[in-house]
Write a protein that binds this ligand. Sequence first.
Ligand SMILES: Nc1ncnc2c1ncn2[C@@H]1O[C@H](COP(=O)(O)OP(=O)(O)OP(=O)(O)O)[C@@H](O)[C@H]1O
Ligand SMILES: [Zn+2]
Length: 721
Amino acid sequence: MIQTARIALSRPLRRLFDYQVPVGMRLTPGQRVRVPFGRQSLVGLVVETGVEPPAGIKLRPISQVLEDWPVLPPETRQLMQWAAAYYQHPLGECLFMSLPPALRRGRPATANNDLFWHALEEATPEALPAQAHRQKALLTWLRSQPTPCSQSTIQAAGFTPDQIRNLKKRNLIEETEPQPPLAQACEKLPSLTHAQERAFGEIPRPELGFSATLLYGITGSGKTEIYLHYLQRYLKQEQQALVLVPEINLTPQTVRRFNRYFGDRICMWHSALNDGERLKTWLRIRNGEPVIVIGTRSSVTLPFLSLGAIIVDEEHDTSFKQGEGFRYSARDLAVYRGHLNRCPVLLGSATPSIESYQNATTGKYRLVKLEERVGEARPPTLRLLDIRSRPLEGGLSPKAIQAIRERIERKEQVLVFVNRRGFAPVMMCFDCGHISECPRCDSRLTYHRKDRALRCHHCDYQTAAPETCPACASDAYSPVGQGTERTEDILQASFPETPIIRVDRDSTRNRGSIDRILQQVNSGESCILVGTQMLAKGHDFPNVSLVVVVNADGGLFSVDFRAPEQLIQTLLQVSGRAGRGRIPGTVLIQTCHSEHSLLNQLCTGNYLAMAEHILAERAALQLPPYRAMALLRAEATTMEESLAFLDGAKGQLTGSDLEIWGPLPAVIARRAERHRAQLVLISNQKGPLQRQLQTLCHHLEEQKKPSSLKWQIDVDPLETG
Ligand SMILES: Nc1ncnc2c1ncn2[C@@H]1O[C@H](COP(=O)(O)OP(=O)(O)OP(=O)(O)O)[C@@H](O)[C@H]1O
Ligand SMILES: [Zn+2]
């Protein structure tokens, strides 16, 4: 009798492929094979063996097994199968996402051994030439490490192989045998404060198996300390752990904080790793080494064998949801993963997502509160500054400037939050009213002064900024509104003696630059930080005593029902950078709507009260999390094509439980010359919605459509615009 196996391929098709198993070939699910596909030979993953061969079809045989063990362990497979079904994404692509790129390409599942380095006893940074800053930094860093560091750890901390080689040439560092694997550093953790101890005691212990806990800890309450203690007290020697963090929080500073207590047991997983580093880390995890992975979104798909705990820091952060293709939520997958691996999941935030907060109020998650800051620090005081018809100096009101001046005179640090990078969000002609618009998108072009460019932040379009109005040639053509570069300029002019440090996607493009910036801030010298969202996320700046929000009004009147939630989260997070040390913190929020109830509630600083309010509104409007939502998005070369496709899809949907909005053009209806539209699907329950979507996807996949048309399903969408 012919043996057959069902194989997943990395193809955008919602189906698996049957192949014949040659006599003598033994297969288990999760194993990699090579199979013929058309004229190609592809890497495949075994999903099922011993399936009934289809009648009357001659199957092609599997050409080769790539290793005699399953690269994907059972729980990882189950996780990705669940995710494929839940997010309606092709199973093959989901399973392959769990593999590092080298294994997707069919490379062998082995890695070269890493080199380990340590600083020589007598080596000091003074021995280096004055201009060798990075080598000095590397040497200082190596000296501060309790155990030798692997080459990949050093590179992940932002240093280069050249810098390592140079120090070696100067006989300041040397290679060593790798430590007995994963020596744990022995530095003692600071003991928990009373409030922390109490919160800690309420988190279920791992012996109890799966549990999900929402740790609501106000900004600066020391959630990280709780994570560290939890891992130190409960993680067994032979167990693995996963700490999920937003991309920007995975700075060497965070890693160092974990390194100090867990030594080489810590490894990182993020988008800047190269293929070799990915393979190596992936194999350590797959081999069951008791590592603690600190990683961004995709680390939830890693092949853990013996997870002892999962932590999701800043669980509300929208970067945990992938915005393209396989639109999974790493936070939600983490909870499911905890369930599969029977381990506790700890979700921490000062501004929990409305979804998680609702899960905590219904008892699905346990709610643990930590409402005190550490030590003498007190929560900051928030005040609204009405800027209607007040003279603004480059977006800053005289009161704000005055407040900044006072802090700078006292040698403190100030953070100025601007929600747009670049110099100004738009250029405008004051004679004819012409506005700089992207020729490829329904959006405006941002002016970047450094290279005098107009750039679209929605596609990669850019052009030189014209000197005069392109419509009427008037020279009254100038930048309007505030961007980080402009605010930086204004502040530099007002405070010529003070370092102004800009933090946005443009200023942190190079590897390691954010770390250098954070180091400078943490040196404690008086300075003014100007930046976007990036500055709002989890940084610990003990000397910042004032936060100024240049304009809070962006999210107040948005059509997206999630906008209020996201606005208060961002504003409270950025406010939370003030007053974390000895000096009390003040937050000034500039607005033209100082009577707006949301902003007034914000000033009480009580996030949970606001979350209750938002939940009540969502309940009244029957929006998520009270009902399940999914979007069907389509884009094509014309809007008619997109809308017609969605209309057709709408015709396929049945059932009285389903509410359908649209099809409607997206808020940015044209992006990079593609016309985008969407259909919103809402249902009382997730199960029936999922079944409808599944049938719909199969239908859409089979259906004939214009070649330019692309469609995607977004389950639990974060943006509905
Ligand atoms: N038990 C403790 N003893 C001494 N210092 C502590 C303790 N707990 C926390 N800290 C310090 O307090 C500061 C704030 O802690 P941490 O950064 O963990 O706060 P957080 O809750 O993550 O805040 P946010 O949500 O704003 O990121 C840090 O400098 C940390 O080292
Ligand atoms: Zn554009």
